[in-house]
Design a protein around this ligand. Structure first.
Ligand code: ISE
Length: 334
């Protein structure tokens, strides 16, 4: 079976999904794209061979030739589009965050539960990264005892143009929240956020330092610094009772030259997480064929955004904020 796919949104991430679907994903075929900027959609379509262009996202979702949809449009459009995909019974890989508000995340879950089928996967691609997966295996094998701390660093070379102080949390640190939930397999009870003085490169309330307290007492720290200048740098160190597990620096080679030794640092997340983005699409396509969901569910999307919302409150008010996610519905168990 070949899964016929449509992409909504042809910006940075839409174009990247298009490139991967065109050449690297067995069992999938990109058949249509849509973007509110039609020339941009045309450019992306032209790079992928025989691909139709739709003028409206809802026409793409309704297209009978399309089995499944990738949503890579701006964050505020995600909820309505994901809901429309669920209504149409089509599996959807929605870029993170699942929605711009908690209420919208809940509406997507309600629609999915009403339909009785898990159709939504949220594009928290780090869950497919070989490094984080190896960390997760070490934890699950219980070789290192119980986890005590997870230290995370999230540095961008330059903040994307749309980033605000709030989006440092809602758009960037939300990745750290999702991957910490994935690794530790539990929710956070409370969050504290403080910001350092601003760098001369960005007039925003960042760099930020976030402290998340898990329900069982694990502490997760996140340094989020989106104008670090030198490159895109994501680090993680898990401190357990009997040892530590860290993400190794990504590049396969280190070079010695002119009295120096070193390796290159990626420019942005597409290069750093290239394996993760590819495997995310591969496993999503395979999951459509065998009907077993993988990756972040709509609940995971909701939980990440609701925890991020508590972090935003903590940043605004100062001090510690309790999270309040409510019960995970049985529909999303496992
Ligand atoms: C961006 O939107 C992403 O999703 C990247 O993965 C993240 O690292 C970056 O900070 C965000 O701005």
């Amino acid at each position: 079976m070949t899964v016929q796919i449509g992409i909504i949104g042809c910006g940075v991430m839409g174009a990247d999904h298009c490139r991967l679907l065109h050449g690297e994903i067995f069992g999938a075929k990109l058949v249509a794209v849509q973007d509110s900027d039609r020339p941009r959609a045309a450019l992306v379509a032209a790079s992928a061979g025989d691909v139709r262009i739709h003028d409206f996202a809802h026409d793409l979702i309704a297209d009978r030739d399309i089995d499944a949809v990738v949503i890579a449009s701006p964050d505020h459009t995600h909820a309505a589009l994901a809901t429309a995909c669920v209504e149409a019974g089509k599996p959807v890989l929605c870029e993170k965050p699942l929605a711009a508000t908690i209420e919208e995340c809940q509406a997507v879950m309600t629609m999915e539960m009403t339909g009785g089928r898990r159709l939504v996967q949220v594009g928290y691609m780090r869950r497919f990264d070989p490094g984080y997966r190896a960390m997760k295996r070490s934890l699950d094998d219980q070789q290192f005892g119980r986890p005590l701390f997870l230290h995370c660093v999230h540095r961008n070379a330059v903040a994307p143009h749309y980033i605000t102080s709030d989006l440092v949390i809602a758009n960037s640190s939300v990745h750290e929240i999702d991957i910490a939930r994935f690794l530790l397999d539990e929710e956070f009870a409370a969050v504290t956020v403080i910001s350092a003085r601003s760098s001369r490169h960005a007039a925003m309330r960042q760099p930020q330092f976030i402290v998340l307290e898990s329900a069982s007492g694990v502490i997760v720290t996140v340094e989020a610094f989106l104008d670090a200048q030198y490159g895109y740098d994501v680090q993680a160190e898990l401190v357990c009772e009997d040892g530590t597990v860290s993400l190794a620096p990504n590049p396969p080679v280190s070079r010695r030259h002119a009295h120096r030794e070193g390796f290159e640092i990626d420019g942005d997340w597409r290069a750093r997480f290239a394996d993760a983005y590819r495997d995310q699409l591969k496993e999503w396509v395979a999951s459509i064929e065998d009907g077993r969901p993988v990756g972040s569910s709509a609940w995971d999307g909701y939980a990440a955004s609701a925890t991020a919302a508590a972090a935003l409150e903590a940043l605004a008010a100062g001090g510690k904020t309790a999270t309040n996610l409510g019960e995970r519905p049985a529909f999303y168990a496992g």
